[in-house]
Design a binder for this molecule. Structure first.
Ligand code: CA
Length: 226
């Protein structure tokens, strides 16, 4: 049902980008409220109580995206995903002072943006609303309840970490994950091992699951499932 996934406020003065983001979010069941400057963005958040705010850094007028984010942080805990025009903005955006939950740099793929929105919502709200025990990744069924990977109904035996890695990738389907993110998510943030550990486990997953696993290597970054 349209709107069932909750409301997202999109603060962006570029109407083409705002409409594109709007379109993709609505396809995923979100209700979208647009605002074209910082002041109306803050008013929209106050009024709509959204699940998440997508916020452009460069906004016209006195209140730019950085300032909007600061005020949102001061006022509450709504998750914020920033749109940045330059990689050089990223440090400021994610810094402690600002504390955005995530960012994408323009130009971005709307599909990637929606995947990030969902990942933030999962993190910030704990369990997802729709938390299926069995996730589908290409031809692989990832059964988190039974801790089984199945291809065409047949269980493929995996080592514990291999299954954990597969499940983590499946939970973040469509997202590019760096080796560091995978280490943090699967091995835990306190794990100071070599990032090549991830590659070793990925190789095992590919060997065992073959073409059923739609796992791509993103050169220089990490991996993406789906
Ligand atoms: Ca802008």
């Amino acid at each position: 049902m349209p709107g069932d996934s909750g409301t997202i406020v999109v603060v962006e003065d570029d109407h083409n980008i705002a409409d594109l983001v709007d379109l993709y979010l609505r396809r995923d069941g979100f209700r979208v409220v647009q605002a074209a400057d910082g002041a109306s963005g803050l008013a929209a958040v106050e009024r709509e109580r959204p699940r998440l705010v997508i916020l452009d850094v460069g906004l016209p007028g006195d209140v730019d995206g950085i300032e909007v984010c600061r005020r949102l942080r001061a006022a509450g805990t709504v998750p914020v995903l920033m749109l940045t025009a330059r990689d050089t903005e990223v440090d400021r955006v994610l810094g402690l002072e600002m504390g955005a939950d995530d960012y994408v740099t323009k130009p971005f793929s709307p599909r990637e943006l929606v995947a990030r929105v969902k990942a933030i919502l999962r993190r910030s709200e704990g369990q997802p609303r729709e938390s299926p025990q069995v996730l589908q990744a290409g031809g692989v069924e990832v059964d988190r309840g039974r801790r089984e990977a199945r291809v065409e109904g047949e269980v493929v035996p995996l080592a514990t970490r291999e299954f954990d890695l597969l499940a983590y990738l499946a939970e973040n389907v469509g997202l590019v994950l760096s080796r560091r993110q995978l280490l943090d998510g699967v091995w835990g943030p306190g794990w100071f091992g070599d990032e090549r550990t991830v590659d070793v486990h990925v190789r095992q997953l590919r060997k065992k699951l073959g073409d059923s696993l739609p796992l791509s290597t993103v050169w220089g970054v990490g991996y993406r499932l789906g």
